[in-house]
Design a protein around this ligand. Structure first.
Ligand code: E4P
Length: 218
């Protein structure tokens, strides 16, 4: 399972990259706005900066919601760097745009996915990645992980090549369950990745090893 970081914050991207386990980055308009990145030129420059830090796929989301606009924006984004993946919302024109990009050899990430039916449409259109939003499903008192299981089963049975990129990850358990249920990628906040390190017995055990060493070597 690949690890992407879900942020537009360059310091956090660098920190995750230094762990040596980072395979890519996802962003969205809200994450860009959170970092104060505004205006077309600055946004494009920011994607370039991310691509210069991480050697892996970087999802850049279109703002347009009509086919023509998405195609124009997506082609501009894809031309920025070979690692850019054009992120397109799961709407009718989005699926048309993904089909167009597939034909042109431009890689895509179909975002805002909340149902198996949407997952089938994205795979049929040839999306490179599918982003089901686990945390937001959990927030609505449904089980986001059930969607991952169901889509993984459908894609395996049908032989679809679209990779399941589990998004809206909120905690380390989401990451563990995604690995268990066959997600190809998880995109996580840095806090969820760092949460995977935590176990009190590791800390207690290490303290004991060091204490014993220091006593024996005093
Ligand atoms: C990723 O591609 C999504 O934009 C992101 O994971 C959404 O996460 P959120 O539900 O925490 O905003």
């Amino acid at each position: 399972m690949k690890f992407f970081i879900d942020t537009a914050n360059l310091d956090q991207i660098r920190e995750a990259n230094e762990l040596g386990i980072l395979d890519g980055v996802t962003t969205n308009p809200s994450l860009m706005a959170k970092e104060g990145i505004t205006g077309q030129e600055n946004i494009l420059k920011h994607y370039q900066n991310i691509c210069n830090i991480v050697d892996g796929d970087v999802s850049a989301e279109v703002i347009s919601t009509d086919f023509k606009g998405m195609v124009e924006e997506g082609e501009r984004l894809a031309a920025l760097h070979s690692n850019i993946v054009v992120k397109v919302p799961m709407i009718v024109d989005g699926i048309k745009a993904i089909s167009y990009f597939t034909e042109k050899g431009i890689r895509t990430n179909c975002t805002l996915v909340f149902s198996p039916g949407q997952a089938i449409l994205a795979a049929k259109a040839g999306a490179t990645y599918l982003s089901p939003f686990i945390g937001r499903i959990d927030d609505s008192s449904w089980d986001g992980m059930e969607l991952i299981q169901q889509v993984a089963e459908i894609y395996a049975v049908q032989g679809y090549e679209t990779q399941i990129l589990a998004a809206s990850i909120r905690n380390p358990l989401h990451i563990v369950k995604c690995a268990q249920y066959g997600a190809d990628v998880v995109t996580c906040p840095l806090s969820a990745i760092m949460g995977l390190f935590k176990h009190p017995l590791t800390d207690i055990g290490l303290a004991q090893f060091l204490a014993d060493y220091n006593k024996a070597n005093a």
